[in-house]
Design a protein around this ligand. Structure first.
Ligand SMILES: Cc1cc2nc3c(=O)[nH]c(=O)nc-3n(C[C@H](O)[C@H](O)[C@H](O)COP(=O)(O)OP(=O)(O)OC[C@H]3O[C@@H](n4cnc5c(N)ncnc54)[C@H](O)[C@@H]3O)c2cc1C
Length: 439
């Protein structure tokens, strides 16, 4: 059996190692950080995430969905907080069983790594940082506290996130390697609403909370200990921005004005604001995702997306499933398997990147409006009446496994049909009204 060297045991790296281990491959998985069971998750970097149908399906296929979801908190809809403290709840779907789940990054990371370690042919090495990859050999060069080591195998797979060292080696050594990265003008900062008395939740537990404020927003996801992790998405620069909010008084004034109901629930706001990093929001597209039968990339390393559809990890998990299917289809031709995997995923992750940016505008701006709430009601009505025919875009992306590109295309056609029909019906009603009045 072939041997794979995997770089990065983040969310997708652990899961991919489990899939490859189950298929009987030898796997050496190298991670630059310490073991997540020793608490390696960097504070202030997406402590919890929303997992939905695609991610859950990928966990189910390897038999760890129940284990992973045991502490997850279902979120049934968006709870919009307006500036006057009023709350509006909009369910995610007409079917109340369709919810997204808030899950802790560290716990999920541990679950996937432990799933991989159940296969005796998978070995995990922490504190090993990949510096570069020799694509031809293929060999990964790694730094450890004891010096330099090399990871040899039949293929190296880079699952090492948005700033991937494996991808960098491909960029440097493959002629015409296409690479594009773009940053939003907004950054993000994680903040906390601690638990209430006895570990209770101080806001609705089963909702994703949003404070939409047109050009910026804050969101909050529940944690099992009663706390919420809040994320403020705000411009880096500008008259009112991270850059101009320097003193404690500036921070308090801003939160009091913009998030008046959350502000009193955030006793550690000043400390969190000062100490947690301000992260950037990058979209990465590249091609190809593989080099012959020797090197391949997966997850954020090839398609980091902004987090507004809650799909980055879900898509990375879906990659693991598709790569596993391709290796099953072409067991004797790894290059063909890599190439099929790339062609099945590329169009879809490109579509997701566009959808994720589009959803930022929807979340921060449109969710506050009555029109948005009316549109969601109409979506749910059409979904209920035209069962199996009409599916809102959010439903297709979040609660089905319809490929992202197909979901985007189908939503465009549906919107055209619905709005043209509504315009036609309105025109007929106006004409009929004139006809009755004129009679
Ligand atoms: C604020 C925020 C919120 C998000 N919310 C959601 C959400 O709700 N739902 C969702 O589906 N997605 C969400 N995402 C996206 C999600 O975090 C990523 O898509 C997901 O983590 C990608 O998994 P990955 O394994 O490809 O990369 P990562 O999780 O980044 O893992 C990469 C791993 O590689 C290791 N590594 C890096 N370089 C090296 C090296 N040189 N040598 C060895 N190891 C290395 C890293 O230490 C890390 O462990 C969010 C992202 C952000 C920033």
């Amino acid at each position: 059996m072939a041997k794979f060297v995997l770089i990065g045991s983040g969310l997708a790296g652990g899961l991919l190692a489990a899939y490859l281990g189950r298929r009987g491959y030898d796997v050496d998985l190298y991670e630059r950080r310490t073991d997540p069971r020793e608490g390696n998750i960097v504070g202030g970097r997406s402590i919890n995430l929303a997992i939905s149908t695609r991610g859950i399906h990928a966990l189910e296929q390897i038999g760890i969905a129940d284990e992973a979801l045991q502490h997850a908190i279902p979120m049934r809809g968006r709870m919009i907080h307006d500036k006057s403290d009023a709350l509006h709840f909009t369910p995610y779907d007409v079917d109340p069983k369709n919810c997204i789940n808030s899950i802790g990054r560290a716990a999920l990371n541990t679950t996937v790594i432990e799933a991989a370690q159940r296969y005796s042919n998978v070995r995990v090495y922490f504190n090993h940082k990949c510096t570069d990859v020799d694509l031809e050999a293929p060999t990964a060069h790694l730094e450890t506290e004891y010096g330099k080591v090399t990871g040899h195998g039949d293929a190296v797979i880079g699952v090492d996130g948005a700033f991937s060292a494996v991808r960098k080696s491909m960029q440097q050594n493959i002629a015409n390697f296409q690479y594009e990265e773009s940053y939003l003008a907004h950054g993000y900062k994680e903040l906390t609403i601690p638990p209430g008395p006895g570990g209770s939740w101080r806001m609705e537990k089963n909702a994703l909370h949003i404070w939409p404020r047109k050009s910026f927003m804050m969101i909050a996801l529940p944690n099992p200990d009663g706390s919420f992790t809040c994320t403020l998405f705000w411009e880096f620069e500008g008259p009112r921005s991270f850059a101009t909010t320097k003193t404690d008084a500036d921070v308090c004034r801003f939160f009091d004005e913009e998030f008046p109901d959350a502000f009193p629930l955030m006793p550690t706001l000043l400390e969190d604001f000062r100490e947690n990093p301000t992260g950037s929001l990058v979209t990465i597209r590249c091609a190809p995702w593989f080099y012959r039968d020797k090197v391949c990339l997966l997850g954020d390393a090839v398609h980091a997306v902004v987090p507004f559809y809650g799909q980055g990890m879900n898509a990375a998990f879906e990659d693991c499933l598709v790569l596993d299917e391709c290796l099953e289809e072409f067991p004797d031709n790894r290059e063909r398997a890599f190439s099929e995997y790339f062609s099945r995923r590329k169009e879809n992750t490109d579509a997701l990147a566009d959808l994720a940016i589009g959803n930022f505008i929807e979340m921060r701006d449109k969710t506050a409006s009555k029109t948005f709430r009316a549109k969601k009601k109409l979506d749910h009505l059409l979904e209920a009446v035209l069962r199996g025919i009409y599916l809102p875009l959010y439903t297709m992306v979040t609660f089905t496994r319809i490929p992202y590109a197909e979901a985007a295309r189908r939503a465009r056609i549906q919107d055209w049909v619905v709005y043209t029909s509504l315009a036609a019906i309105s025109a007929i009603l106006i004409l009929l009204t004139f006809w009755f009045v004129a009679r």
